[in-house]
Write a protein that binds this ligand. Sequence first.
Ligand SMILES: [Zn+2]
Ligand SMILES: [Zn+2]
Length: 187
Amino acid sequence: MSDQPPRFTYHPRAYELELIEQIDIECECCGQERGWIYSGSVYTTADVDNVCPWCIADGSAHLKWDASFSQDIEGVTIPGETKVDGASAESTDEVMHRTPGYRSWQGAVWKTHCGDVCEFHGDISSEELATLDTRSEALFQQDHAWVFKNYGTLTELSAHYSQHGGMSLYKFVCRHCGIVRIHADLC
Ligand SMILES: [Zn+2]
Ligand SMILES: [Zn+2]
């Protein structure tokens, strides 16, 4: 029997992206087989492989092993706009301790905007990349100048970029103003 698993505010596509998989394995936190298991990283000194999404969502896995599910939250200063210093302590706590991580080469790092952590939406598509709005593009250029040094313009980059290639571009969306933030990651 499998109950409806919990949704995650900052990780709305966690199931679609298969960070949580439908599989009957016993959760090492609650000891139950509830039909869903998180398949991403667990950052803890304990040896933990299988955690159910309920134990992530309610904080019990974090409490039991002092575990985090992501590596870091990034701060940002936007030129010409209000200085945003990372994200609120509440949102940081929710993302690090009660939200699944995501698969990455160098460890899951979350983008922030408007004083909040952004939602994670997986690898951006080359179509989305090519049609990025100017505000989002400016921030992307500022964050990852090296990407533009290598590829030139956004048009050239989107022509060369492929999802799940050697360079990953993860898409984050601000929950308040909708700006897209991109985190570039190399294998
Ligand atoms: Zn559990
Ligand atoms: Zn925003």
